[in-house]
Design a protein around this ligand. Structure first.
Ligand code: ASP
Length: 311
């Protein structure tokens, strides 16, 4: 069998008692995600399909902030964002502020494959999803108990004297996202990211995850990247494309490029940042600047590895 590899993440950021008590569930979820993608890659499936499969597993798992279990915004609603990119063609598809769609990553893939556009938002994205018969769910399906608790906690406690969300509270929020990068037997790579966004964010806020070149990027000549962390900082640093550029223009390998962008270029940044990346030779890289990053990977016939904290 030619080289194949898959890496997934389930968000990076501060640790929390909730995470500590659900470590087993998180590890299982990450492993199931890797294995769904691996089955596709082993059967000579495409990297882009493996990425979609990995992300769907995480979107369907309430522990992760994407699809079911998404963060609840300040209006008490769930709005989701997703993006997928194929490193061979450099085609991509994205959706943002989408509601009621069970798997936003599949709508993003359909935007990539079946439209002349790259990015659909809000009602237009939902109309498109309905037209192509994507699976829909009622609002109640998406709301997980721990996200409701988080929403209630912020609503009750986190306002400063101006009625705004206090800054230190923003940085402690249990944010999250899911993502995957894969290499298939043809030597093609792909990346995808899906999120429920930041807890208690303003209605209409769009996360970095769905932004091509920021939360998600793939190019066979360099790498496929999926990011997680504080979206506004990831946007400032144009993180995914910066990693690709460091590889292209500074002739660095994928691991060195991730390190340079996260640990050197963005060293002073106050926000959380985490990335997973792969190149078309099967080299993989994971870098993060915070307490934990939920992550798992499998290369060729090697065993699946799952990790949450630094080691
Ligand atoms: N990047 C996501 C956002 O800002 C959150 C995360 O990855 O934790 O919406």
């Amino acid at each position: 069998m030619k080289k194949i590899a898959i890496i997934v993440h389930g968000g990076a950021g501060p640790d929390s008692p909730f995470i500590r008590t659900h470590i087993k569930g998180y590890r299982e979820g990450l492993k199931n995600s890797v294995e769904a993608a691996y089955l596709i890659l082993r059967e000579n499936g495409k990297a882009v399909d493996a990425v979609e499969a990995a992300i769907k597993v995480l979107e369907n798992n309430t522990l992760f902030n994407a699809g079911r279990g998404s963060a609840i915004n300040a209006k008490g609603e769930i709005e989701m964002d997703a993006c997928i990119m194929d490193g061979a063609s450099k085609k991509s598809g994205a959706v943002s502020i989408i509601k009621n769609v069970k798997n936003p990553i599949s709508v993003a893939k359909a935007v990539m494959l079946n439209t002349n556009y790259k990015y659909l938002g809000a009602h237009g994205a939902l109309d498109f999803a309905k037209k192509i018969n994507m699976e829909l769910e009622p609002d109640s399906y998406f709301i997980a108990e721990h996200q409701f608790d988080e929403y209630t906690k912020i609503k009750m406690e986190a306002f400063d004297s101006n009625g705004e969300l206090a800054e230190e509270e923003i940085n402690q929020r249990m944010h999250g996202t899911v993502g995957a990068v894969a290499l298939d037997q043809e030597g093609n790579i792909a990346a995808g990211t899906s999120t429920g966004g930041a807890p208690y964010c303003k209605e209409g806020r769009i996360s970095d995850s769905s932004m091509i070149g920021i939360g998600t990027y793939a190019n066979n000549q360099t790498c496929a990247v999926s990011c997680t962390g504080d979206g506004e900082y990831l946007m400032e640093g144009v993180i995914a494309h910066s990693i690709s550029s460091v590889m292209a223009y500074k002739n660095r390998g994928v691991a060195a490029a991730c390190k340079e962008v996260i640990k050197i270029e963005n060293k002073g940044v106050q926000g959380d940042m985490g990335v997973i990346a792969i190149d078309s030779k099967g080299n993989i890289a994971i870098e993060f600047n915070c307490d934990r990053m939920h992550r798992a990977w499998k290369k060729g016939n090697e065993k699946t590895v799952t990790k949450i904290y630094k080691d």
